[in-house]
Design a protein around this ligand. Structure first.
Ligand code: EPU
Length: 415
């Protein structure tokens, strides 16, 4: 039996780091994952004039007292999805923000109309100009009621960040309930904000002045946990996953159990044991607490060798099926019809040269490679490093055989 420990949550970290702009105090942040997205965020805060002092492998002291610009226009931010979180935070602090239009994994259209709708309702004027979003609120933001058309993680986070400095009460209806939304709310309350209801459909934020520094520990990464659970099931493994929050994994644990995988929950750990070939299962992605879209891709790889035919319905991102073309090269029998994939379980996969198209597609190909007979050569491995904290080392400690090699065709990364 192997043991592995989960790192801090990527999607919480990329919201909490911009949130430090809301206070001039020092924020000591622990359990920060060692991933490229976080390195970029840290670099951005320093480029803006803030300080990020490393105090341990996964700890930093962040102070944004000396940030005097509202312009987040460094080209590297254009490749990152979470760049738009600077908008809510900067608007609150300076009454204006200029943020380069967000990039992110190429998994669909990913509009930001709900962010803009909410900020405008709070009194901001927002225009898109020369590849940047320019928002101004010369008289400051004011609290109001905002109903999101979609329970968007990004819009919920951005409007929470803006609401913290708005005058009066901001109420956001139809909020995202993901664990990282709750983690951001906890961070904001730790610096003195008043955010209530995170984790439910309605979040209420009472604007406050005089926010201060804090000590905060980021929650464990839900998606890293799920990726390792799926890897255990894929390899007929028996592993203990430490520093996890089992309650965040209910949709995944239950789906794996439906497939015949044994999942045992402790207070802060999970044991996943797969003694035989998993059975097929149908997956429908949906916002938390449903099955996460971020785990659809590794789960598809696992189901490619399950017994029977599985249906995968991707309801969040319409183009999140690019990994399937690559897993097919390894012998999988998967057809795609719109946002539904039909996965006919085959007896086994064979190693092949494959290319990752985005972060979770890369996780799917690693999962497939772990199951495949022979060697799998995955290119664009940098996608893994933007969102997983040393995944190869963690898997190797559990018995995998993964080595990094230089390949000539690594393409320019798109975040
Ligand atoms: N949407 C809109 N309008 C908006 C915002 C979203 O139509 O203004 C749509 C999106 O196109 C999508 C759906 O709403 O169809 C949900 O999008 P959401 O805003 O929730 O996603 P996001 O904030 O862009 C975050 C994570 C993603 C994760 C999704 C869903 C971060 C930085 N990114 O993206 O993480 O897949 O929520 O849970 O938190 C990843 O980690 O690999 C990743 C892509």
């Amino acid at each position: 039996m192997g043991e592995v420990s989960i790192s801090g949550a990527k999607n919480a970290a990329v919201a909490i780091l911009p949130a430090t702009l809301l206070t001039e105090g020092v924020c000591k942040i622990d359990n920060l994952p060692d991933i490229e997205d976080v390195r970029i965020m840290r670099m951005m805060i320093q480029t803006l004039g803030g300080s990020v002092e490393e105090t341990g492998r996964d700890s930093v002291n962040v102070c944004t007292k000396d940030v005097h610009t509202h312009e987040v226009t460094h080209p590297v931010m254009a490749r990152m999805r979470a760049s738009y979180y600077f908008m809510g935070a900067m608007l609150g602090r300076f009454g204006k923000a200029e943020v380069v239009l967000p990039g992110g994994c190429a998994i669909g259209q990913r509009p930001i109309d709900q962010h803009i709708k909410g900020l405008c309702a709070m009194g901001a004027s927002v225009v898109t100009d020369h590849g940047s979003i320019k928002a101004t609120a010369p008289n400051g933001l004011f609290g109001t009621e905002i109903f999101l058309d979609i329970a968007s993680v990004g819009a919920t986070v951005n409007l929470m960040l803006a609401g913290v400095s708005a005058r009066g009460l901001t109420t956001i209806f139809n909020c995202a309930k993901e664990p990282h939304v709750v983690d951001l709310a906890n961070f904001l309350n730790c610096i003195g904000a008043s955010v209530k209801g995170a984790g439910t459909d309605v979040i209420r934020i009472r604007g406050r002045e005089g926010l201060h520094g804090c000590n905060y520990t980021i929650i464990p990464d839900q998606i890293e946990t799920g990726t390792l659970m799926i890897a255990a099931a894929a390899t007929r493994g028996d592993i203990v996953i430490r520093n996890a929050i089992p309650a965040h994994m209910e949709a995944v644990s239950n789906k794996l159990m439906e497939m015949g995988v044994h999942v045992e929950e402790g207070i802060d750990h999970l044991r996943v044991t797969a003694l035989k070939r998993p059975r097929c299962a149908n997956i429908k992605t949906s916002p938390y607490p449903g099955f996460p879209t971020d785990l659809q891709q590794p789960m598809t790889a696992l189901l490619s060798t399950a017994e029977g035919t599985s249906l995968i319905t991707e309801n969040i991102f319409e183009e999140r099926f690019k990994h399937i073309y690559e897993v097919r090269r390894m012998g999988a029998d998967i057809s795609i019809d719109g946002h539904i994939a039909v996965v006919k379980g085959v007896d086994g996969l064979t190693g092949a040269a494959v290319k990752a198209s985005d972060l979770r597609a890369a996780a799917a190909l690693v999962t497939a490679g772990l199951m495949a007979d022979g060697e799998t050569l995955m290119s664009n491995v940098k996608y893994i490093d933007r969102g997983y904290d040393h995944l190869d080392e963690k898997l190797n400690s559990l018995g995998a055989d993964i080595t990094r090699v230089e390949t000539p065709d690594e393409e320019e990364m798109s975040y």
